[in-house]
Ligand binder design. Structure first.
Ligand code: 8YV
Length: 318
């Protein structure tokens, strides 16, 4: 009999879905309107869970899956999984470590360039027919901020942070970073204090894991980033105090922001929607065919390995 899997978030690659269906009986929890009733019906038979990095799985749901052996996160962040509870129960948790590094770093640079160079504003300007009016004072398009050579501060020098640093260095940007400790194997400047990092940066790029780091980008950090500074977030929305961010933008205390992630996805603070100094993405940093295919393959491998009694690829529970 095929192992039964509870799927908490969609998989967008058809080949991955087909392979999953051939190996497992997949129960699409995310499509159910009455999730509690669905859990009561299938929960007792579930041996594996597939979920997204942002979706994770609560302890309450895991408690209703007595046969659960593995939670395969189709993403790199495990902050939305109760890891302590999973470890206590001997449930293996896996993540697609390394699979999405390049895409997330690419999007961080894309957001930085888009925010500094006003790409989305300029796109709207062309589409709305304002360009032909540009000789008149009716349709001014302000000059943009140069990206090359900006002082870039990276919050969290893990896989993604390092990939961002490589890219930003190629743009001639001096790189500083903060993390739990200095790293001996990188040529970048370590700054222990986040406020000081912000003060010495023209762009602050958030690439940190979100475990226990809620709201670290707050009013003080944004104040230090300053009027010419840009905030880019490709990690988790909850790392940023969104109310402080909105207030800083409204008061002109920072120059702009590029955001792929938000506190309460898919809800974005209303105040951001009409602003020309922010570029917004719907949590799509890993959303390329190539990366999602690789992530899907890792999810399948981690389920197969666990059910075969082997150490699962991407295991984060030790
Ligand atoms: C994914 C993410 O979009 O990796 C993560 O932690 O949040 C995202 O890259 C998500 O997990 C897709 O399901």
């Amino acid at each position: 009999m095929k192992p039964e899997i509870l799927q908490l978030s969609p998989i967008l690659i058809p080949e991955v879905r087909e392979q999953l269906a051939s190996l497992f009986t997949v129960h699409p929890y995310y499509q159910q309107s009455d999730k509690a009733a669905y859990l009561r019906e299938v929960g007792g038979r579930i041996r594996g869970v597939i979920t997204g990095g942002h979706t994770g799985i609560t302890r309450q749901v895991m408690e209703q899956l007595p046969q659960l052996e593995v939670v395969a996160v189709n993403g790199v962040g495990t902050d939305a999984v109760d890891l302590a509870y999973a470890r206590d129960r001997g449930i293996v948790v896996t993540a697609t470590l390394g699979a999405l590094t390049e895409d997330v770093a690419d999007l961080a640079m894309g957001l930085l360039i888009a925010a500094c160079r006003g790409l989305c504003t300029s796109d709207r300007y062309v589409r709305s027919g304002q360009w032909p009016l540009s000789a008149t004072p009716l349709a001014p398009l302000p000059l943009a901020r140069q990206v090359s050579g900006m002082r870039v501060g990276i919050v969290g020098l893990g896989r993604v942070g390092r990939a961002v640093a490589t890219r930003a260095a190629a743009f001639g940007c001096p790189i500083s970073y903060t993390d739990l400790q200095a790293m001996g194997d990188v040529p970048y400047t370590f700054v222990a204090d986040l406020v000081e990092l912000a003060r010495n940066s023209d762009a602050l790029i958030v690439a940190a894991a979100a475990d226990k780091a809620e709201g670290i980008i707050d009013a003080k950090v944004l104040e230090a980033l300053g009027q010419g500074g840009y905030l880019i977030n490709v990690a988790r929305g909850k790392l940023v105090n969104e109310a402080d961010l909105v207030a800083a933008l409204q008061a002109g205390r920072i120059a702009g922001a590029g955001l792929d992630v938000f506190v309460d996805e898919p809800n974005v603070p209303e105040a951001l929607l009409s602003r020309e100094d922010v570029v917004l993405q719907p949590h799509r940093a890993s959303a390329t065919v190539q990366t999602r295919t690789r992530m899907g393959e890792m999810v399948i491998a981690s389920l197969v390995d666990t059910f075969a009694g082997k150490r699962a690829v991407g295991c984060v529970t030790g």
